[in-house]
Design a protein around this ligand. Structure first.
Ligand code: DGL
Length: 258
């Protein structure tokens, strides 16, 4: 059934990370209503199999579509990598938007740039990232860093604790030994660690993520479909979590300055 303009836009992620994409959408389309679904109970997705993530993603999409939505945003690089094709095949009446690591803007930083991509183990192994590398990064020196265990710090609200700082130092220091132009945050949880990552990498390293680009793509697709609301009073955000006790942290992360 064709969606109507007054319906909300749904976002989902394996947990709280997708809020870093939602906040970009709210920034450019505050008049819209949103439903955010975080699946912290089944997190992390980055160490699961493609089939497991596809099944979870299809279940979340079915649940969100049953509420009546006008677009679906897969606010998770890992779920996009594993499930975007199946989601688009299943839901043909609404725009289904995914997120990709921001490799394209990163490689435009200079000639032969040196770029670190931080992502979940599944995203690092996935076909999608390797296609992106082939398409955009022929002339760049790219180091891929799988970060098992990193999203858990964000899930616990630990954004600059000594433990997360130690994790990030140990992970990044060897890669940062050579001159680095940019770090791509290829998991939607990592923008919440941007300040800590930037302190470790130093002021000359640009830190990029795909949140703003995904929000713009959502806006473009809504416009094409005649589904974008006119600017007006701020809309409503509904939070749903498979671990409901995470909802206060959702609200805290949403309201954090960035
Ligand atoms: N937030 C997710 C992403 O963008 C994944 C984190 C996880 O569940 O491993 O990839």
């Amino acid at each position: 059934m064709k969606p109507t303009i007054d319906l909300p836009i749904a976002f989902f992620d394996s947990g709280l990370g997708g809020l870093s994409v939602l906040r970009e959408a709210v920034r450019i389309m505050p008049q819209e209503d949103y439903i955010y679904f975080g699946d912290s109970k089944n997190a992390p997705y980055g160490t699961k199999t493609v089939e497991e993530i596809r099944d979870l993603s299809l279940a979340h999409a079915a649940h969100l579509c049953s509420k009546g939505i006008k677009a679906l945003v897969v606010a998770c690089n890992t779920a996009t990598s594993a499930a975007i094709a199946s989601l688009r095949e299943t839901y043909t009446d609404i725009p289904v938007i995914g997120i990709e690591p921001a490799l394209k803007p990163a490689v435009r930083i200079g000639s032969h740039p040196s770029v670190i991509v931080m992502a979940t183990p599944l995203t690092v192994r996935g076909k999608k990232l390797h296609e992106l590398l082939g398409r955009y990064a022929q002339d760049a020196d790219v180091t891929m860093l799988g970060c098992p265990g990193l999203m858990e710090y964000v899930e616990d609200g630990e954004l600059d604790s000594p433990a997360v700082r130690k994790y990030l130092k140990e992970l990044l220091s060897p890669a940062l030994e050579k001159k680095t132009d940019a770090i791509v945050l290829g998991c939607t949880h990592y923008p919440f660690l941007k300040k800590t990552i930037s302190e470790i990498a130093g002021p000359k390293v640009r830190i990029l993520d795909g949140g703003a680009g995904t929000a713009r793509q959502l806006q473009r697709r809504l416009t094409e479909e005649g589904l974008l609301k006119q600017p007006g009073p701020a809309g409503h955000i509904e939070y749903e979590e498979s671990l409901p006790e995470k909802i206060p942290l959702c609200k805290r992360l949403m309201n954090m300055p960035w």
